[in-house]
Write a protein that binds this ligand. Structure first.
Ligand SMILES: [Zn+2]
Length: 561
């Protein structure tokens, strides 16, 4: 390995024009290094800030590629074989010392290396950064050239000959469909009682953490503050003094009040509700669209915009990035299908175009009512949220009046969230039948201003419609998440389909879903912005394009019987 590294020559900072266009101005210049394969072919390695290492694919030996990876374009480090990974690291960091008990990494490119990147490269996953910090207590988090970071064998990834296991290790339940997976999670619980009340008992498995495998999985809290608070409470209830010192096998007590519906004990009304909806999902026949989605009415919504950029973390913000994904979905649907597609929101100046580069938050957005409603902060933000479902329902009403099939209406809203950083990937929210009202009318002042409001600001749902709405939306969510996974797009590890959000104010379902008359309606959280890997994905136009393609593939699959 050392020999390969010594032959590597450096070509620092030679940027191709294409890369320049794709970069935001504040991003450090990527490092490009030349490396030689065992066959004597020369190719480039690229190390990018927050995106990590990739290798030029065209001359890469097959033995350096993970199974199924194609030798074309830039191959991400994760798609290299163990042999390929060792070769790439040796070529990029020729000064590193590979010892039997540890790797000593010398920081060479402090502008683009980060503890997260080092953890991703050497310890199998960026989320091991805190463990890497713990192993190097004397080194500052901000990397300096020449610093030597220790990666002990216990943390070094197995691909690199170590014993480390990534925190994202898959669980036995991962391959199951949503119903079976929730049932499997449920089977891991037992119930008990003491003087403080009833609780569920969960035995923490190897590689599991209290935040993700207990709080996020078994409760309806996902926001960082809520998850942390609940983790502390549950730890205290379980007699755990230090949340960071929990070992596998630890018994965790989850008070019943925190358990989400599907995990409530036998005899509870929540569990009965869960069973009713699962039966409905199984019973609901799928709706068939033509091969090119002819006769399907789709309304696309992108969350936030205008004065409201939405969630923000790691240099990305919600509004523009989810708008871009929704515009890509729109473009692909228009190009490849005969579905009728509308959007609820438009950024003036940009129109329905997609962008590879997103530099700053767009300041203007309008809801496409008649006349358009400017999201400029003049009215409370709730108004612009309400007008989205009003407009979408108006599109659906027009469609039904023209003899369109009411079952062939689909509402999709795109968002990104800022959850606890231990969570990553996409989630889908569906309207929980129990939280959809029987009737609702939007107040006159907001609704009266636009033509759609005067026609479509009132809704009424029968119990049957509520149940069907949740069931269809769950079916679509399953198809969607499977499509994303097929594309290699991360999906939330613990219950990625949810029908309720719990915040301090109580349980709720987003208004765009709650009042939607679409037969199928789903709010997609495309990524968790507080997770660095997710944020880097969202910044990448190729990722947004792959995401949009996977969404369209899901729509096609959903309407195929
Ligand atoms: Zn949002």
């Amino acid at each position: 390995m050392g020999g390969l590294g010594a032959r590597a020559a450096l070509l620092v900072a030679l940027l191709c024009p294409v890369a320049l266009v794709a970069l935001a101005p504040q991003e450090p210049t990527p490092v490009l290094a030349q490396a030689t394969t065992p066959e004597g072919r020369t190719l480039l390695l690229r190390l990018q800030f927050r995106k990590g290492l990739s290798v030029e694919g065209k001359a890469l030996p097959k033995a350096f590629l993970a199974k199924g990876a194609e030798p074309a374009g830039w191959i991400p480090f994760e798609l290299l074989s163990p042999e390929g990974k060792r070769w790439a690291l040796a070529a990029l960091f020729p000064d590193d010392q590979w010892r039997s008990d540890e790797v000593r990494h010398r920081v060479r490119y402090p502008e683009v290396e980060s503890v997260w990147t080092l953890a991703a490269l050497f310890a199998g996953h960026g989320q091991n950064y805190d463990r890497l910090m713990t192993e190097n207590p004397d080194l500052p988090e901000k990397l300096r050239e020449g610093d030597r970071w220790r990666i002990p064998r216990s943390l070094l990834s197995q691909d690199l000959g170590g014993q480390g296991r990534g925190p994202d290790r898959s669980q036995p339940e991962d391959g199951l469909d949503d119903e079976a997976r929730v049932a499997a999670y449920r089977a891991l619980l037992s119930f008990s009682e003491d003087s403080h009340g009833r609780f569920a008992v969960y035995r923490l498995r190897k590689g599991e953490a209290l935040y993700s495998s207990v709080v996020i999985r078994y409760t309806d809290r996902v926001d960082p503050k809520g998850v942390n608070e609940l983790a502390e409470q549950i730890a205290a209830r379980s007699g755990i003094a230090d949340v960071r010192s929990i070992q596998p096998g630890q018994l965790i007590r989850i008070p019943l009040t925190f358990l989400s519906g599907p995990f409530q004990p036998e005899g509870s009304s929540e569990l009965a509700e869960e069973r009713v909806i699962r039966a409905e999902v199984r019973r609901t026949a799928r709706v068939e669209g033509g091969p090119k989605l002819k006769g399907i009415r789709i309304v696309l919504d992108a969350g936030h915009g205008g004065v409201d950029p939405g969630a923000r973390a790691n240099g990305v913000w919600e509004s523009d990035f989810v708008y871009d994904i929704s515009m890509r979905v729109r473009r692909i649907l228009e190009q490849d299908t005969e579905a009728a597609v509308s959007s609820t929101i438009r950024y003036p100046g940009l129109g329905f175009r997609t962008r590879d580069e997103i530099r700053i938050p767009s300041r203007q957005a309008e809801i496409l009512t008649t006349p358009p409603f400017q999201v400029d902060g003049e009215s409370p933000s709730a108004v612009s949220v309400h007008l989205r479902w009003v407009l979408a329902n108006d599109f659906f009403a027009t469609f039904r009046k023209a003899k369109g099939d009411a079952q062939k209406t689909l509402f999709l809203s795109f968002h990104a969230d800022s959850l606890h950083p231990s969570a990553r990937g996409s989630m889908a929210y569906v309207p929980g039948a129990a939280l959809v009202p029987s009737t609702f009318a939007l107040g006159g002042a907001s609704a009266g201003r636009v033509a759609e409001g005067r026609r479509s600001a009132r809704v009424a749902f029968t119990s049957r419609e509520k149940l069907e709405g949740e069931a269809r939306s769950r079916q679509f969510s399953e198809v969607l998440l499977a499509s994303l996974q097929r594309e290699g797009i991360p999906v939330h590890a613990n219950r990625p389909i949810r029908n309720v959000i719990l915040r301090t104010g109580g349980k709720w379902v987003p208004a765009v879903l709650r009042y939607s008359t679409g037969a199928t309606k789903v709010l997609v959280e495309v990524a968790n912005l507080t997770n660095e890997d997710d944020a880097a994905n969202l910044r990448d136009p190729d990722f947004r394009e792959r995401y949009a393609a996977a969404v369209v593939a899901a729509v096609r699959a959903y309407y195929r019987k």
